[in-house]
Design a protein around this ligand. Structure first.
Ligand code: PGA
Length: 254
């Protein structure tokens, strides 16, 4: 059984103060049921404060939005995965389309980051997804297959069970135009098929494949009802406590 994953990607939003308020309110409202793992990925600046708060009261898991692959050295402005692990970070988003498109991250760089995150005993959330032009040209499955193969090219097969794959069509991110459950499932099934070929059957079926791109309280239930969708990576709609809380309890939304 793959445990559902509900992940908040706050991107460059929420000061330390706002982050602390959010988590305090969320923790008070959460009645922890073990149906899902709930991961919060705040900006780097709030990681330390949240790590203290999250340790005090169980239930939430800390994630980071990015990292570098080197352990230490002359990399001005970068953050080592070792430092993230030291803070109690468990998941790291790697290869988000905003990193690829706005900051020029290449498949090669992403594969190095994935390897380093695993070496620090954290789990990479590997983002893959096509542009609208690629979709319209019928290239979706080829594009995500290529991105995935490259991202995991340096991963030891025995570690494959620790990765999470986030299928995030670029045209769906921040647009309020989510992929339909059918579109998401087609991609997820293709990814699962690929994993079966790369890893063994059992391992491939342990890997969680989550969906991201305009997930909202109004659509999360129909997406999560699909057996091929193991969770959600949520940007905009994770910024408000009540909206995020509704999505954590997606099975209760009518
Ligand atoms: P969105 O972002 O939910 O605002 O579309 C998702 C993401 O970029 O991970």
């Amino acid at each position: 059984m793959r445990k559902p994953l509900i992940i908040a990607n706050w991107k460059m939003n929420h000061s330390i103060e706002d982050s602390l308020k959010f988590i305090t309110v969320l923790q008070n409202k959460l009645t922890f049921k073990s149906h899902a793992e709930v991961v919060i990925c705040p900006p780097y600046t709030a990681l330390y404060s949240l790590s203290v708060l999250i340790q005090e009261k169980e239930g939430l898991i800390l994630g980071a939005q990015n990292c570098y692959y080197g352990e230490s050295g002359a990399f001005t402005g970068e953050i080592s995965p070792v430092f993230l692990a030291e803070l109690g970070v468990s998941y790291v988003i790697v290869g988000h389309s905003e990193r690829r498109n706005l900051f020029g991250e290449t498949d090669e760089l992403i594969s190095q980051k994935v390897q380093s995150v695993l070496a620090c005993n954290m789990k990479p959330i590997i983002c893959i997804g096509e542009t609208i032009n690629e979709r319209n040209d019928g290239k979706t499955l080829g594009v995500i297959e290529n991105q995935l193969k490259q991202a995991i090219s340096l991963v030891d097969k025995k570690d494959l069970g620790k990765i999470v794959i986030a299928y995030e069509p670029i045209w769906a991110i921040g647009t309020k135009q989510n992929a339909t459950p059918g579109q998401a499932c087609e991609a997820h099934q293709h990814i699962r098929g690929l994993l079966v070929k790369i890893a063994n059957q059992n391992l491939a079926h342990e890997i969680r494949i989550i969906y991201g791109g305009s997930v909202q309280p109004t659509n999360i239930n129909e997406l999560m009802r699909e057996k091929d969708i193991d969770g959600a990576l949520i940007g905009g709609a994770s910024l408000e406590v009540d909206s995020f809380l509704q999505m954590i309890n997606y099975h209760e939304i009518k």
